[in-house]
Design a binder for this molecule. Structure first.
Ligand code: NAP
Length: 318
């Protein structure tokens, strides 16, 4: 098992993990709709929520992968077939989101928690990336998330309770080279939900939660946008320095159980950067530029940009 730091989350979340309610006590039996459930963080959310006894709506584009995740949940945990609804959904197909929400409500009657998790990142320099890539990132990460949220929110307002949790990113409030469009889309997500949270102060039992992970093991780099819409990344490179998916999801569920409004989940030095960006932006810019420069240089040289922050030997990727 990978080493875990005692300091891999912000202070509120660490406090909740130590002294707060357990995910099991708050999430057992709840209906949780997860987008992006076919892989990575969403897949692990499905497993940990199934282990807690939550009932699940699993969404992503690939129905066969969702069926695999459902089968695994049923094999490993004591849920019944009807406790998990596979609901294929394309976040880009906004016209379908009303009908998908109705299908989830028809099956379970309620949606207690929506986890907006589906999304893609970017690996390309601004000077080389088509504007189409920027549009696609906004359509998927921002508008797709807004669209599903707008379908589920009226239901939560009617019943006066619920959690809308969104997997943003540390890139939702810091800048990340090679991901200008991704960071912009996640900044948009943060701006939307931070504003929505305050619009909902008449509904104290509706929680808007944004989850800001640093690097986490998943398929996100393989699936990243590059310079052109349909051009795949050459290789995902080394992922081993990243936080384990299990740990990220565990902390996320602790945060949801304790209705934490914004969670920073990252190993060092990324967590330190979050604090520097909040409290000492000038110092943060200085350090970001040093590390970011190395990352861009590695990328331009065809090396593994993701391990640029670490002293491991660099892997030639093409
Ligand atoms: N891993 C990290 O380091 C990291 C860090 C910070 C934030 N995040 C965020 O975490 C979330 C999950 O990413 P991940 O790391 O788990 O990556 P991942 O393994 O690539 O999973 C991405 C998920 O999004 C779904 N998806 C992609 N396009 C979609 C579309 N058009 N409609 C519906 N679903 C779509 C994918 O399913 P289909 O292909 O089947 O549609 C997949 O289930 C993302 O929002 C990402 O920005 C990740």
């Amino acid at each position: 098992m990978r080493r875990q730091h005692a300091t891999d989350a912000d202070l509120t979340l660490l406090w909740a993990a130590r002294f707060g309610s357990s995910p099991e006590s708050k999430l057992r039996g709840k209906v949780v709709w997860i987008t992006g459930a076919s892989s990575g963080i969403g897949e692990e959310l499905s497993y940990q929520l199934a282990a807690l006894g939550a009932r699940l709506v699993l969404s992503a584009r690939r129905g066969n992968e969702l069926e695999r995740v459902k089968r695994t949940c049923l094999e490993r945990f004591s849920l019944k077939d009807e406790d998990i609804l596979v609901l294929p959904l394309d976040l880009l197909d906004r016209g379908s989101h009303q009908e998908k929400t109705a299908a989830a409500l028809k099956h379970f009657g309620d949606i207690d928690v929506l986890i907006n998790n589906g999304g893609r990142t970017q690996r390309s320099l601004c000077t080389e990336a088509d504007v189409d890539v920027y549009q696609a990132l906004m359509e998927l990460n921002y508008l797709g998330t807004v669209s599903v949220t707008k379908q589920v929110l009226p239901h939560m307002i009617r019943r006066g309770s619920g959690i809308i949790a969104t997997v943003s990113s540390v890139s939702g409030f810091v800048g990340v080279p090679l991901a200008t469009g991704y960071a912009a889309s996640k900044h948009a997500v943060q701006g939307f939900f931070n504003s929505l949270r305050t619009e909902l102060t008449d509904y104290p039992n509706i929680t808007i939660s944004t989850i800001c992970p640093g690097p986490v093991i998943s398929s996100i780099v393989q699936n990243a946008f590059t310079e052109e819409l349909d051009k795949p990344v050459a290789t995902a490179g080394d992922q081993t320095h990243k936080m384990s998916t299990e740990r990220c999801v565990h902390l996320t569920l602790v945060g949801l159980a304790n209705r934490v409004k914004e969670m920073w989940i990252a190993e060092q030095p990324f967590l330190l950067f979050c604090y520097l960006w909040q409290y000492t932006p000038t110092l943060a810019w200085y350090l970001t530029n040093i590390l970011g420069k190395k990352r861009v240089q590695n990328f331009k040289a065809g090396l593994d940009a993701d391990s640029a922050y670490f002293s491991k030997p660099k892997v030639k990727t093409n």
